[in-house]
Design a protein around this ligand. Sequence first.
Ligand code: ADP
Ligand code: MG
Length: 343
Amino acid sequence: MINVFTKGLLLSTLITVLSACNKCHMRPQIIINGNIMGTVYSVKVSGHIPVKKACLQQKINAVLEQVNNDISTYNANYFLFHFNHSNNTHPQLISRGLANIIIMAQRIGHDTSGAMDITIGSLVNLWGFGPDKKPVKIPTEQQIVEAQKKVGLQYLNLFSNHRGEWLQKTLPNIYVDLSTLGEGYCTDELAKLMMRNGITNYLVSVGGAISTHGLNGHGKPWRVAIQQPIDYKNAVQALVDLHGYSISTAGSYRNYFEKDGLHYSHVIDPSIGKPIQHHLVSATVIASSALEADGWDTGLMVLDTEKALKLAQEKELAAYLISATNNGFSTVMTTQFKAFMVQ
Ligand code: ADP
Ligand code: MG
């Protein structure tokens, strides 16, 4: 018997908590929510708002279309679908946005010794977490070894010249999967949209990634809650004030399947070709961009708690890790993360 759980992460991984200060002077607030990439986005604006809500919605729609264009592997209208489904090993012209994602992915891939690897697609698809969402069946060792041969950042070249940015795969059947960076990238693009339109007090979120600037409707720093790593209810584990930084959480408890009493997360360890099998269940990173936070949270999730903490300390990341224990959960965080915690 197989149970498949694929719940959205959005505001369930990180829920925004506005302070309950009813006596404070309420400033104007626009809230816009919608769907993108199988999850939910949310834009909250407070203070002086130089654009009308309908106009802002239109501009948001245009950004979401551009984001899909840059990163979607699901839709034949977009570049990556064709990149993944063709055997073409010639360099191909790509957007500046996609190039920026690949640069970040290469950096974090390198820093995590391949734990975060956007060429993971063959393994993700094999385990039934890809676009096709195949019926879940545990792959054989042979299938895993075959899929692993198609994973590795060394098979992806990125370069630029006077005509623009180019992406080339040196192995024909490599499959680039940007799912793990999509929420962070989209969040950053929405944040840039706010700034371009003179909006300086905002919180934008896509799935488990959030970016903030300025103050909330109560004139206080935007405060977000890190959720307890359980899939049946929303419960707060910790609160942080972001002060203009971005945050992202990855977890193994929202998107997984169970078979024969074992838990298979959609986060895959490329070194073993299998879903992660350790006690780290949630990794949160605060960084200057949501893209960076989103890349690191996955990288840390792949490592176990001890290795993730050691790496986060070495790289001076603001990281918060929740591990499952026999009596509930235990948490650890870096010094950099402590600075954001609400006591
Ligand atoms: P979460 O849902 O916990 O926020 P993400 O959505 O950020 O996690 O990333 C999970 C997705 O990333 C998976 O569904 C898969 O497509 C992809 N993925 C899985 N393992 C890895 C990995 N080791 N490196 C990069 N991407 C991965
Ligand atoms: Mg991530």
